[in-house]
Design a protein. Structure first.
Length: 191
C-alpha cells in the first residue's frame, strides 16, 4: 500500500457540504416538530390555569359579598333587638298601669276596696316581672349571707350563726341570673 492510500484509509470520510446541511436541516425540523406538541400542551395548560383562576376569583368575590351581606343583616338585626328589647316588658306592665289608673278614677272607694285593688295590682306586677325573668331575692332570717346577691347594711350581734342574715330590709332582684339589685340585709356578727 502506498503512502497516499494509507493516508486516505486513516482519514475519516467527510461528507460533502450539501449532505451536512441536509442533515442539520432534518435535525432542526425534527426538533421543531417535537417542540410544537410541547408548546401546544403548555399553551393549553396555561389556558386551563387561567380559566381556573377566573373561576376561583369569581368564587372568592361571591363569598366575600355573602360574608358582607351576612354581617350587614346581623348588624341590622342587632339594632332591631336593641331598639325593641323592652317591648315585651313594657307590654306586660300595661295592665298594671291600667289598674292603677282605674283605682285613682274611683273617688268614693273604701279602704277595703283600695286594699283589694292594690293586692290585685301587685299580683299583676309580680306576674309581669316573672314573665320577663325578673325574680325576687328574698332571703329568710338565718340564711347564709351571699355577697353576690346580698348587701350587708350592718353587722349586729345576734344569737345565731355568724355571717348569716338576721333581717331582710329590702328585697333584691335577679334578671336572667344577673343581679339587678342586691337584697339589703343585716348580718350576724362573729362571736
Amino acid at each position: 500500500m502506498t503512502e497516499a492510500q494509507n493516508t486516505q484509509s486513516n482519514q475519516p470520510l467527510e461528507p460533502n457540504g450539501a449532505e451536512a446541511s441536509a442533515r442539520d436541516g432534518q435535525g432542526e425540523a425534527q426538533a421543531q416538530t417535537q417542540q410544537e406538541p410541547q408548546q401546544a400542551g403548555l399553551e393549553q395548560r396555561v389556558a386551563e390555569l387561567e380559566a381556573k383562576l377566573a373561576e376561583m376569583s369569581d368564587a372568592y368575590l361571591r363569598a366575600k359579598a355573602e360574608v358582607e351581606n351576612t354581617r350587614r343583616r346581623a348588624e341590622e338585626e342587632m339594632a332591631k333587638v336593641r331598639k325593641f328589647a323592652v317591648e315585651s316588658f313594657a307590654e306586660s306592665l300595661l295592665p298594671v298601669k291600667d289598674s292603677l289608673e282605674a283605682a285613682l278614677a274611683i273617688e268614693t272607694a273604701t279602704t277595703e276596696q283600695m286594699r283589694e285593688g292594690v293586692h290585685v295590682t301587685l299580683r299583676q306586677l309580680t306576674q309581669a316581672l316573672e314573665r320577663n325573668k325578673v325574680v325576687e331575692i328574698s332571703p329568710a332570717a338565718g340564711a347564709k349571707f351571699d355577697p353576690h346577691q346580698h348587701q350587708a347594711i350592718s353587722v349586729v350581734p345576734a344569737e345565731q350563726e355568724p355571717n348569716t342574715i338576721v333581717a331582710l330590709l329590702q328585697k333584691g332582684y335577679l334578671i336572667a341570673d344577673r343581679v339587678l339589685r342586691p337584697a339589703l340585709v343585716t348580718v350576724a356578727a362573729a362571736k
